[in-house]
Design a protein around this ligand. Structure first.
Ligand SMILES: *Cc1c(COP(=O)(O)O)cnc(C)c1O
Length: 431
């Protein structure tokens, strides 16, 4: 399987190259040259397969001969080694809970898959790979957890001091070993600037094999198809495909769902559920794509003004807006409504949603009201405890801590404090 750059179809590489490089030098995104189609007999009998078997079938065409079958089998089994329950919320709406992984958010799936692929590719190198990543919160924890103990790979995570939650900070600073945390005296944008500059620095290239682990990496994006198939295994209405609502920021998750549907997974319609950062819903309504400055909201993992994976959605539908709109509708939910939905779901349906899931629930509810007779599910992308400061005032009670978080609380934070300037960061890297 080859991958081409969305900026230049001649710039191709294989799965290994795309995983290591992350983003093509021309700043496009890697996109598979062939889209997998699954046998209808396989789709019909999804319930007969284990999660690992389903995942293997879905991903194998995309890894090609870069990973031997037994290695890929082990990698997918480790990637999907936790529950993905489809939970009824109302008569017509289910929640696909993607937060039962080690850092309680769906990003665990992509990060676990990528870490193990990179660990395998590192065996051919004489130096370790060094993953450099900037985080505003969730990504850092998922990456730290996924890469901890992976041989041949070390990870450096930059995070803005005082701007991530206490739990998020513990999730990325308590591993030690091959995971280093750098606490930058600045903003998330400063962290990202330092990482970007490091990638272009020749002195660093002599010393380090640098690679990134952000969400545009194909090894993080493609495995996100898995759980749409796990939802289908649990969907009770065989002859009535679901409407699927995806809380979206950078649109990697939604684009993976569209790819799964393209491969044959039955889905009636997709919803791009957004907060006030609604460039894609506006594009779907008007045909005009107008990137904007991100604004801060309660569902902050979706505060993205120019979603990087949007170009992959265009590519998937051959840049045809008619086809895109046939598959996908957009919806914008503001913070006031989000709070009300969290409260109503808790009080009336005995379901505790996080702000991201609540946005997706409400988008689905509105769609089903306007299009009678349908059923669907929304992706619940994070455990509500990760956003307790938004959730607790609304439900008026504390969110119980899951064991994964309790285990972190007594641990010691290990981070290197640095000023937000490139010279200090480089000195530290070359120390
Ligand atoms: C990252 C994230 C999202 C957005 O996912 P995209 O793939 O960037 O659209 C939604 N919810 C949560 C909780 C996240 O961490």
């Amino acid at each position: 399987m080859l991958y081409y750059s969305t900026n230049n179809r001649q710039a191709t590489t294989d799965f290994r190259g795309a995983t290591i490089e992350g983003q093509p030098a021309d700043k496009g995104l890697y996109f598979p040259a062939h889209l997998s189609k699954l046998a209808p007999s396989f789709i019909d009998r999804l319930q007969d397969y284990s999660r690992a078997e389903v995942a293997l079938e879905v991903i194998r065409p995309y890894t090609g001969d870069c990973l031997p079958e037994d290695v890929l089998k082990r990698i997918v089994a480790e990637t999907v080694d936790f529950d993905f329950p489809l939970v009824p919320v109302t008569d017509t709406v289910f929640s696909l809970e993607l937060y039962h992984g080690p850092t309680l958010a769906f990003k665990d799936v992509g990060a676990r898959f990528m870490s193990r692929c990179l660990g395998y590719f590192a065996r051919g190198e004489d130096r370790p790979y060094t993953v450099l990543v900037a985080t505003s919160g969730d990504t850092g924890g998922a990456v730290a957890n996924a890469f901890a103990g992976i041989e041949g790979v070390s990870v450096i995570i930059l995070y803005p001091s005082g701007k991530v939650s206490h739990v998020q900070e513990l999730q990325l600073t308590t591993f030690g070993g091959n995971i280093s945390a750098v606490e930058v005296d600045g903003s998330f944008d400063d962290c990202q600037r330092l990482v970007k500059q490091a990638f272009t620095d020749r002195d660093l290239a002599e010393r380090y094999l640098l690679t990134s682990a952000n969400s545009i990496n194909v090894a993080r994006w493609l495995p996100q198809q898995f759980y749409y198939f796990f939802a289908a295994q649990q969907w009770p209405y065989k002859d009535e495909p679901p409407v699927v609502s995806v809380p979206s920021g950078n649109f990697g998750n939604l684009c993976a769902g569209l790819l799964a549907a393209n491969a044959g997974l039955p889905v009636r319609h997709f919803l791009a559920a957004c907060n006030a950062n609604d460039v894609v819903p506006r594009y779907l309504a008007s045909g005009l794509y107008a990137p904007a400055q991100a604004v801060a909201t309660l569902s902050n993992a979706m505060d993205v003004g120019d979603p990087s994976n949007f170009v992959r959605i265009l590519e998937l539908f051959g840049h045809d807006p008619v086809l895109i709109r046939a598959a996908l509708s957009g919806c914008r939910i503001d913070d006031e409504t989000t709070k009300k939905v969290v409260a109503d779901l808790y009080n009336e349906n005995n379901y505790l949603a996080d702000p991201h899931g609540a946005v997706a629930y409400e988008a689905l509810r509105q769609y089903l009201t306007a299009h009678e007779g349908g059923r669907g599910y929304f992706l619940e992308t994070a455990h509500p405890v990760k956003f307790f400061d938004a959730v607790e005032p609304v439900i008026g009670t504390a969110v119980p801590l899951p064991d994964a978080i309790k285990a972190l609380l007594g641990k010691e934070k290990k981070a290197t404090p640095l000023a937000a300037d490139y010279a200090s960061f480089k000195d530290w890297l070359l120390r």
